[in-house]
Design a protein. Structure first.
Length: 227
């Protein structure tokens, strides 16, 4: 974990430790036992003030603290992500549902709508290893094939410490896969004692200082295997 990530998450950790009335580990364990394996339970983002949010996250500590973190309220787009005042980067995130198990495909479609010359056209998008593909420069992104495929063209692998090409006004799709195991986060949470700190799973889109992103979609979908 980077020093920036540690600095951003530290307030969340400290606040959660003292939030004894509502402990995320305990509440998440109860949710996992009662609801996570029901047939109607689906993988995806946790909607703000929805059932899972209120049952597990609400009032359990400052899990969205830090100047670099902005909760997206379970929204999957479209929308404009704007880090705000000059000099500030942001991680815009959603909480991943405890209903997710196995492999989860994370995908976003976006373009750089604006940026400030003083900071340059730095990287943006998913904040971990991903595949980035071009979707053209039209008013809307251009899917290929059957009109529903966001794989795009000119795809490149973007890995940690490797800067991927990015241009203002060009649409990109970014795809990544995470592996949660057969029982997902629930398996680990239910093995912990109630006083053990465990944080909800964040998935973030990064925006550099002075940069605005036009995000058409931001989704989490359970899949059988990485494609």
């Amino acid at each position: 974990m980077s020093k920036v990530a540690i600095a951003v998450l530290l307030p969340c950790i400290l606040a959660a430790i003292v939030a004894a009335e509502r402990n995320y580990t305990t509440l998440a364990g109860e949710y996992c036992s009662e609801f996570a394996r029901l047939p109607e339970s689906k993988c995806g983002w946790v909607p703000y003030e929805g059932f899972e949010y209120n049952a597990t996250i609400d009032d359990t500590g400052c899990c969205d603290c830090g100047t670099g973190l902005v909760e997206m309220d379970g929204d999957d787009g479209p929308g404009i992500l704007d880090p705000g005042g000059a000099g500030y980067f942001r991680y815009f995130f959603n909480f991943l549902s405890l209903n997710c198990t196995g492999y989860v495909q994370i995908q976003t479609v976006f373009k750089v709508a604006d940026y400030m010359d003083i900071y340059g056209l730095a990287d943006a998008g998913l904040d971990f290893n991903k595949t980035r593909c071009s979707l053209g420069k039209g008013r809307k992104p251009e899917p290929i094939g059957n009109g529903k495929d966001w794989k795009g063209r000119d795809c490149v692998e973007c890995k940690e410490n490797v800067k991927c090409p990015i241009k203002e006004g060009e649409w990109y799709s970014e795809t990544a896969f995470i592996s949660l195991g057969p029982t997902g986060d629930c398996g680990e949470i239910q093995s912990l004692s109630a006083d053990t700190f465990y944080s909800p799973h964040h998935i973030s889109i990064y925006t550099n200082a002075g940069m605005k992103l036009d995000v058409q979609s931001f989704t989490a979908t359970q899949v059988k295997s990485p494609i």
